[in-house]
Ligand binder design. Structure first.
Ligand code: MLC
Ligand code: AMP
Length: 509
């Protein structure tokens, strides 16, 4: 049954020569495939020595490092469930995730140990380890005493591999439960769809606590036995410098915008590259075209989400059709995508409605939220993405908007309801609305519009500062405006479209 363990499939793809280079970091550290094998064995043995119950969650909030990626792989290897947490999350956010998921083990950086460990132990954690980007911390100190061989844990296809928290339109974040088979089936499909080949080298420049960096990029390279150039924190100069030593790059649109601002990004620098992939947020057509002109490469845009991994992709092979800017391409092989109207009627080509999906990639439901899970699936078992779009006569999918109230900023999701909840509790605030507006760097950013209680006076900077003290920094609106009242429709609902329109020019030159 270890054939169902995602780690077993990744391990099976390691090259024969285990001493060859697997990962090179931007500060020059080199890891061989043997290093990956042995370190993940040691960490898996450490986890197993703790005598955790089957299905135990391992929650991890650490800076990006090769060892952090190894910890993910070790968790799979040992058969536990990985729960990655964005490093920007602050204590209230971590308290919620850890309280909800009740992880058996929590791993954090030493600088956060003081506030993370009480939260972890309160939620019933058996152990809290530390891991830092400079390879220090108690996790490695303990793992180094473990055996460096390990038999991969047996798993069934539906056993959980990871839980990824994604915020809800209303209420708190939901943990999307992904099985070994969800992730493995997606990795296998992408390997062939994107033409991964011998000699490929990936520039890994994304964070490893969300689908894009953790699954699409990491699995992509590993399941092809391809080495990675590891960039701990995205920096356009570093990436441009690495281009001649790589063949594949994956990024959110902001990364492409920032790379285009580098004069050293030239056709020559990209001459050895095979593929540039974009996703997680809409790629502006201007960015798509400018990239084509500057580098001679056509970015391949794809579409995915935490609950479903990758759903659609523009074609890799010209024989399958052109890569069309502004579209997210075709449903991946084995993945069903359809567009429905509000009455549940399937819409013909070219008509706009809610995008629904089904396939081996679709998650197992929200952690301990059976009702929420039921609400998000149709009666005939399709998952409602909350994205709005259409499929044209050739089969290309285009996303035109979202029915969920969500802002995607630099590839991170920000839920207005969460921010509004915090603002509304501040003294003097009567009510608030947070809307997304275009931004040249992040694609979209939040703007908070607030009204004051009678007689109260509000200070925009103070509102933003107190949000900053409590929430992940990328969630903080980039502007706060005070108005006398919020626009409402006859039903009394705030008309966010009017606010979006009013503030849309705020960051446009
Ligand atoms: C950073 N800042 C952001 C931000 N990132 N603001 C809005 N949106 C963002 N995404 C702000 C910080 O709050 C801070 O503000 C300032 O920028 C500097 O912070 P930083 O951490 O130094 O920023 P930087 O390193 O420049 O980060 C930008 C970035 C990063 C684009 C590199 O956001 C990033 O890595 N994005 C990728 C996200 C990603 O991997 N998404 C995949 C999700 S998976 P201040 O005021 O505090 O100084 C998914 C499914 C799928 O969606 O389909 O893939
Ligand atoms: P997440 O919850 O972080 O997994 O984000 C998933 C959401 O990101 C999707 O539901 C889409 O709204 C959005 N998304 C992902 N890829 C794209 C893309 N290529 N174009 C537009 N939106 C995208």
């Amino acid at each position: 049954m270890s054939k169902h363990n995602l780690f077993a499939a990744l391990r099976a793809a390691f090259p024969k020569d285990l001493d060859s280079l697997a990962i090179e970091t931007d500060d020059g550290l080199q890891y061989s495939w043997r290093d990956l094998d042995r370190a993940t064995a040691m960490m898996a043995n450490l986890l197993q020595s703790l005598d955790l119950e089957p299905g135990a969650r391992i929650a991890v909030q650490v800076d990006k490092s090769v060892e952090a990626a190894m910890l993910y792989l070790a968790t799979l290897r040992a058969g536990y469930v990985f729960l990655p947490l964005n490093t920007a999350y602050q204590s209230a956010e971590i308290e919620y995730f850890v309280g909800n998921a009740e992880p058996a083990v929590v791993v954090c950086s030493t600088r956060n140990f003081g506030w993370v460990s009480p939260i972890a132990f309160k939620a019933g954690a058996r152990a809290v380890f530390t891991l830092n980007e400079d390879r220090t911390g108690s996790l490695l100190e303990r793992a180094v005493h473990m055996r460096d061989t390990h038999t991969v844990a047996q798993k069934g296809p539906d056993d959980l591999a990871a839980i990824l928290y994604t915020s809800g339109t209303t209420g708190r974040s939901k943990g999307a439960m992904l099985s070994h088979d969800n992730l493995l089936s997606n990795a296998v499909v992408l390997k062939s769809y994107w033409g991964w080949e011998k000699g490929d080298v990936l520039i890994h420049a994304l964070p490893i606590f969300h689908v894009h960096g953790l699954f699409v990029a990491l699995h992509g390279a590993l399941i092809n036995g391809s080495p990675m150039r590891w960039v701990s924190k995205f920096d356009p100069k570093t990436v441009v410098r690495l281009l001649p030593r790589a063949t594949v790059f994956m990024g959110v649109p902001t990364l492409y915008v920032r790379l285009l601002a580098e004069p050293a990004l030239t056709r020559q620098a990209c001459a050895g590259m095979r593929l540039f992939i974009s996703g997680s947020a809409p790629l502006l057509i201007e960015t798509f075209r400018e990239w084509q002109e500057r580098t001679g490469h056509t970015i391949l845009e794809r579409y995915g989400m935490s609950e479903t991994a990758m759903l659609t992709s523009n074609p890799y092979l010209a024989s399958q059709g052109p890569r069309r800017g502004g579209t997210v391409g075709f449903p991946l092989p084995g993945v069903g995508v359809r567009v429905h109207d509000e009455t549940g009627r399937e819409l013909p080509a070219g008509e706009i409605g809610g995008i629904e999906v089904r396939g081996p990639n679709v998650f197992k439901g929200y952690w301990r939220m059976p009702e929420k899970t039921r609400e998000e699936f149709t009666a005939d078992g399709w998952f409602k993405t909350g994205d709005v779009g259409m499929i044209d006569a050739q089969g290309y999918v285009t996303i035109v908007g979202r029915s969920k109230d969500l802002i995607i900023s630099g590839g991170y999701n920000v839920y207005p309801a969460e921010i509004e909840g915090y603002i509304n509790e501040m003294p003097g605030v009567a009510e608030s609305a947070v809307v997304g507006v275009p931004h040249p760097d992040f694609g979209e950013v939040g703007v908070a519009v607030v009204t004051a209680k009678p007689g109260a006076s509000l200070k925009a900077e103070q509102i933003l500062a107190s949000l900053k003290a409590r929430l992940a920094n990328f969630k903080i609106p980039k502007h706060c405006a005070e108005v006398s009242e919020l626009p409402r429709n006859t039903m009394g609902k705030v008309q966010k479209n009017l606010l979006r329109d009013q503030y849309k020019g705020l960051f446009q030159s």
